[in-house]
Design a protein. Sequence first.
Length: 317
Amino acid sequence: MGPGKAPGSRRDEASKPRSTRLITIPCALAILSVMVILIASSFTSEVTIGTDGMGHVHGGGYYRDGETVTVTADADDGSIFEGWYDDGVLVSTDESYTFKVTKNSHLEARFSPGSEDLTLSWDTEASSGSIHVVIPGSSYHEYSEADIARDYRTLGGDCVSFVTPDDATIGEIAAGVMEATAGLTDLERVECVLDMVRGIPTSTDEESTGQSDYFRYPVETLWELTGDCEDHAILLSSILEAMGYDTVLHYVNIFDGDRLIGSHMAVGVNVEHATGSYVLVHELRFWYCESSPESGADLHVGEVPEGYVVWRTYEVI
């Protein structure tokens, strides 16, 4: 069909504007999109979950109405799970809670501080005995969550900040030992505390925390019933300080002959009638105390394991 086709031909019909069809198509798509959103939102609910800070929760999100959902709660060390609350109403005391979604919901996992019952004992030439303490979970939680450096490379002399003679649990232990050892000399009392601390098992920081170096507060060591050499030293220093004895922390180098093979931490205590190895601080004698059971479970105050040399001494203030 060449040019000059008469009016009314199919060519003229094809050249007519089609604006009406072009406009209605996107309008239809827009309406369809709105309908999909409305339909989807009417059959979907949001489940949000929260915690009071002493545990972790899992399972929140968007779900179809009628869908079965499971939320879980995990209590931190030192905490006890109390229950799941929906808008303030208790709905389950199980850590794993399964329910059908019917509406938007906010679930809260609530926890409370737990406690740890602990018996500490000693058996020395002068005395045998034990004391019982209850450690509040809130105290353990406070120390374990403390925002502080935990490695010696960063801490240096600030490692003495981990010594906590004013802590309530440490004070209770100190008072219990003082009462149970009434009539003993100061040196004999120190020997009892030394033996008691060495009764706590040891573990490397790598084994217990996955970190190469990790300083614990005394309450953490007592709660977890494990620690490295510095944790035993810090615990011993804290109890002795609470009992009224001045102490220092020793950073120790370990030698095999002339070869340096490791580092260590121990305690020095100012106590009368001790003999052996000591360090002078302000003209006072601080007698060496080996607080780690692996390094010297049977050593007395003033006795130093072979190859152990005090390199630095930090005064506990």
